[in-house]
Design a protein around this ligand. Structure first.
Ligand code: TRP
Length: 325
């Protein structure tokens, strides 16, 4: 049977090269051999304070970026989480299935709530909403970054518990942790993952960065002093990161590339060029989509209708299992 894939991206700011090479690039490739559902998770975004106008804009922009990367609405479903009310509805049922203790052990909650003046209850129950996202679509596979591994394990536990208590209701999904995404490191501190949440503007390449900016960031990338181009992430994190990025952007492997370079300069220049070549057509399509918000909104309405058709059946099943309605 065709595997069903679900993934969600928060509409909170610009996406990085790491998200593209580790996630989006693969989503686009896999969409022909899977049944893929992609969701802009605006309800997750409001677990922390957001400016309403900015949230609305970023939600549209994130959807535009998915499309610009090549997500094809004829093959995949693309929609906005808050347009499909079943997400909130199932989330409540799952909040009553997951325990306080389990939610308390989530490291992302601990990190995000640390030293904050106001911690919303939604930030605490965030994983139940994420489980709802996934379980509503009978998902087999969830491609996520390593930081989401714990949430995925919780989703599996919750699905299994619900099925055990109330009879077979949900498909139990498996996590599909990307190796490449986990390996795209910050250009200024190559021992740390490239991330938009870390304050390292020079070390982070954004998907919408101008070509000249991308070239500059690679030119200044931190390497080492031994002058040897070799793929060895443990002792040569900077050079290995460049090789990983170049490999991912040219569909080859770091091992196949390392012998082709004697110096860091040309490696940096070629990596920058390959990244610019990958991102330029995406940036052009992104500008086309954002220039036509009416078409974009219409497409998201259709996506929400498709999603709703599946989600409503799953929710009804869960409600029935619980003796609701
Ligand atoms: N929590 C994920 C993140 O921060 C986003 C997300 C929400 C998600 N729902 C999801 C990812 C469902 C995969 C599947 O990256």
């Amino acid at each position: 049977m065709t595997p069903r894939v679900f993934s969600g991206i928060q509409p909170t700011g610009e996406l990085t090269l790491g998200t593209y090479l580790g996630a989006l690039q693969r989503f686009v490739r896999d969409q022909t051999t899977t049944r893929s559902v992609f969701c802009v998770v605006d309800l997750h975004a409001i677990t922390v304070p957001q400016d309403p106008g900015q949230l609305a804009q970023r939600t549209l922009d994130t959807a535009a970026l998915y499309l610009a990367c090549g997500i094809d609405p004829a093959t995949s479903t693309l929609f906005v989480q808050s347009h499909v009310p079943e997400h909130s509805q199932l989330a409540w049922l799952l909040e009553c299935t997951v325990s306080f203790g389990e939610l308390s052990r989530m490291t992302q909650f601990k990190e995000k709530s640390d030293r904050q003046q106001f911690v919303s209850a939604g930030l605490f129950t965030y994983p139940a909403l994420m489980a709802a996202d996934i379980l509503l679509y009978d998902t087999d596979r969830v491609p996520v970054g390593d930081d989401q591994r714990q949430h995925l394990e919780l989703t599996r536990d919750v699905a299994e518990r619900f099925n055990h208590r109330h009879g077979d209701t949900f498909v139990v999904p498996t996590a599909d942790i990307s190796a490449v995404g986990a390996r795209v490191m910050d250009l200024q501190d190559p021992t740390r993952k490239m991330s938009k949440s870390v304050d390292s503007p020079q070390g982070t390449v954004l998907m919408l960065d101008e070509p000249a900016v991308i070239v500059r960031k690679f030119k200044r990338a931190v390497t080492d002093n031994d002058g040897e181009v070799r793929f060895d992430p443990a002792t040569k994190p900077g050079v290995s990161n460049l090789l990983s990025i170049l490999a991912a952007a040219t569909d080859t492997t770091p091992e196949a590339l390392e012998g082709q370079y004697q110096q860091y300069g040309p490696l940096k220049a070629d990596t920058a060029e390959a990244v610019v070549a990958r991102l330029a057509p995406i940036q052009a399509r992104y500008r086309e989509w954002t220039a036509d918000p009416t078409a974009l909104r219409a497409l998201l309405v259709q996506g929400a209708e498709q999603a709703h058709a599946v989600a409503s059946a799953t929710l009804a099943r869960a409600q029935q299992s619980l003796g609701l309605g």
